[in-house]
Design a protein around this ligand. Structure first.
Ligand code: APR
Length: 239
């Protein structure tokens, strides 16, 4: 397994970089992760909550959970890890940031080319007319929120069992296939299809650098797996 210095050299030499981030990159911004230690959902299984069935069963409970998360995110700020990735984008001729996060902190840190695989928590979509709009109010005035057409709004995010936005996924796959380096940060690498991007990049010839607090399902396959906090390691890695 290689060191931070070796990872820095690979990253410096790369012209095409794809970064894949998960909840761990926002942990130091005060947004709990889903599964790791201190995870948000330890008392729930993510698969039981963020599903169309849970929404159909009790939309108000699901919206209370999302409204709470929106409030948390509204008070959060990007951390050094987000800013490091935004800085790296400016230095690479080809840089694509693929995120599983719906919190929008990469955008707020200045990242431009961001592919949101699981949607955006600030988007609301009508379950009747299908119109989607951005609404950053926290808390929302009523739960579940209503569309002008009278239909019930849902969060504009991807739930378990739902398809990812096809155009976003295709762009993410293309970026993974053409990267010299794949930087995978703060994800347990257990939720597919997102978790399939890293092995895809590796099979296509990319060096894979992982930055994660704990060992993950992918760590053993990484060319370099750096253990620690994204907000501390990324500024060192991307100097
Ligand atoms: N720095 C780096 N890594 C961290 C940090 C940190 N400060 N804090 C936690 N981690 C690591 C944890 O060790 C864990 O391996 O981040 C990872 C977060 O994993 P998950 O909580 O599973 O989050 P994620 O991989 O993004 O989940 C994927 O699952 O529930 C769905 O849609 C949801 O997008 C999410 C998807």
């Amino acid at each position: 397994m290689e060191s931070l210095q070796q990872a820095r050299e690979w990253l410096e030499a790369a012209s095409a970089v794809v970064a894949l981030t998960g909840a761990g990159v926002s942990a130091e911004s005060g947004i709990p992760t889903f599964r790791g230690s201190g995870g948000l959902w330890r008392q729930y299984r993510p698969e039981d909550l963020a599903t169309p069935e849970a929404f159909a069963r009790d939309p108000k409970v699901l919206w209370e959970w999302y409204d709470w998360r929106r409030g948390l995110i509204a008070k959060a700020a990007p951390n050094a890890g987000h800013y490091s990735l935004a800085g790296l984008e400016k230095r690479k001729s080809s840089f694509v940031l693929v995120t599983q996060n719906v919190d929008g902190l990469h955008d707020r840190a200045g990242s431009r080319n961001v592919l949101k695989l699981h949607g955006d928590i600030w988007h609301l979509r009508c379950t009747t007319c299908g119109v989607e709009h951005r609404d950053e109010r926290t808390p929302l005035p009523e739960l579940p929120p209503r569309c002008d057409c009278g239909g019930m709004l849902r969060p504009g995010v991807v739930w378990f069992g739902e398809a990812l936005p096809m155009n976003v996924w295709n762009d993410a796959e293309r970026a993974a296939r053409s990267a010299d380096v794949c930087l995978v940060v703060g994800t347990s690498s257990v939720v597919y299809p997102a978790a399939g991007l890293t092995p895809l990049a590796k099979r296509a010839g990319a060096r894979v650098i992982e930055v994660n607090l704990e060992e993950t399902a992918f760590s053993a396959q990484a060319d370099c797996s750096l253990r620690g906090k994204a907000g501390e390691i990324l500024p060192e890695l991307i100097r």
